[in-house]
Write a protein that binds this ligand. Structure first.
Ligand code: SF4
Ligand code: SF4
Length: 110
C-alpha cells in the first residue's frame, strides 16, 4: 500500500522536475528577448486583458493602465483596462514580457 510519505517524496521529485523545466524555459525565453537600453517594451493592445501583472513587475514605473470601453455585450462592465508603456522611464529590462499571461508585450527597437 502507498504511504503518505511515499506520496510526499514523489511530489517533491515532481515539484523539482517542473521547477527545473520552467526555469530552463524562462531562461530560453529571456535569452531570445531584445533587452537593454536600446530597446523598449510595446503592448499589443488587442491582446491585453488588463490583468495588471506587468505593472507589478516593472520597477521603473514605466507601465500605466488606462480605461477602454468594454466591447462585450454579454458582460455587464462598462470599462476594461489596457496597459501602455511609458517610453522614457522604460529601461528595456524585459521583465514585463515574461510576466504577461497573454504574450501581449514585445520588445522593439527604441
Ligand atoms: S521592459 Fe522593464 S522597464 Fe520597460 S516596461 Fe517592461 S518591466 Fe518596465
Ligand atoms: S500583463 Fe499583459 S495582459 Fe496583463 S495588463 Fe500587462 S500587457 Fe495587459
Amino acid at each position: 500500500m502507498t504511504r503518505v510519505s511515499d506520496l510526499e517524496a514523489r511530489r517533491a521529485v515532481e515539484q523539482h522536475r517542473i521547477r527545473a523545466m520552467m526555469t530552463a524555459q524562462r531562461a530560453g525565453e529571456r535569452a531570445k528577448l531584445k533587452i537593454g537600453p536600446e530597446h523598449v517594451a510595446w503592448v499589443k493592445e488587442e491582446m491585453c486583458i488588463g490583468c495588471d501583472q506587468c505593472t507589478i513587475v516593472c520597477d521603473d514605473d514605466a507601465i500605466e493602465l488606462y480605461d477602454v470601453k468594454m466591447r462585450s455585450p454579454i458582460i455587464d462592465v462598462d470599462i476594461n483596462k489596457k496597459a501602455k508603456i511609458l517610453r522614457e522611464p522604460c529601461t528595456g529590462c524585459g521583465l514585463c514580457v515574461l510576466s504577461c499571461p497573454t504574450d501581449a508585450i514585445v520588445m522593439i527597437d527604441r
